[in-house]
Design a protein around this ligand. Structure first.
Ligand SMILES: [Zn+2]
Length: 222
């Protein structure tokens, strides 16, 4: 079944709504016009150690708060689809290289169990569909239970992620160009850590992409 027909059938049973404000959209819609106009397109500069580039669709602020909440609430398919659509545009424009595989930062195990899915995986898979590039979410695993990053200071975030992840399929990474996905980037410590693991496993290039990037700490309003 082609994607358009699948969307139309899904829309019949589960009407498509704007993940930010709940407004009813047509089957092909992502965010409604009003919410799209309010959302701040990311225009900052973020360096991830060892990465060939960093991309984000939007600033993480009050205009995307509901969609991020929805993404993490157990009913995140519409938000993942909408964010991925805009992130795909940024990636098409920003990465001239051929990307071999899309992979994702593994989520917090307990939360994934409660929610029933890993939202970062959901984004990677939706992005895979948008870009026509295969996704493989089994390349990286979390090997250490760590406290949630959002509760920690920037310094503690860096320490927290050391040795927390492992590349379990280095053969899938060697000599390849990888697009590493996360939902939100704050200090970048998780992306730094996983990028360096992928590079050490022989990745040719690693690009990082997230739905939303938090503004620098002094400007943060969320
Ligand atoms: Zn809306």
């Amino acid at each position: 079944m082609d994607g358009k027909l699948k969307r139309a059938i899904l829309h019949y049973f589960f009407p498509n709504r704007c993940p930010e404000c709940g407004e009813l959209l047509d089957a092909e819609g992502y965010f409604c016009e009003t919410c799209t106009a309010d959302m701040n397109v990311y225009s900052g500069q973020t360096e991830i150690d060892g990465a060939a580039g960093f991309f984000a669709a939007f600033d993480y602020d009050e205009n995307v708060k509901n969609s991020i909440y929805l993404l993490k609430s157990g009913n995140g398919a519409m938000a993942a689809r909408a964010f991925s659509h805009y992130l795909a545009e940024v990636i098409r424009e920003g990465i001239p290289d051929v990307i071999d595989i899309i992979t994702s930062v593994p989520g917090h195990k307990r939360k994934v169990r409660i929610r029933g899915y890993d939202q970062t995986r959901l984004i990677a898979d939706a992005l895979s569909e948008e870009l026509g590039i295969p996704s493989d979410n089994k390349i990286i695993v979390k090997v250490k239970a760590i406290p949630e990053q959002k509760k920690l200071s920037a310094d503690d975030r860096k320490k927290n992620v050391i040795d927390a992840y492992k590349v379990v399929s280095p053969e899938k990474v060697k000599g390849r160009t990888i697009l590493l996905i996360d939902d939100i980037c704050t200090t970048g410590s998780t992306l730094n850590e996983i990028t360096s693991l992928l590079v050490r496993s022989g990745a040719e290039r690693v690009f990082c992409a997230v739905c939303c990037k938090t503004p620098p700490p002094e400007k943060s309003s969320v």
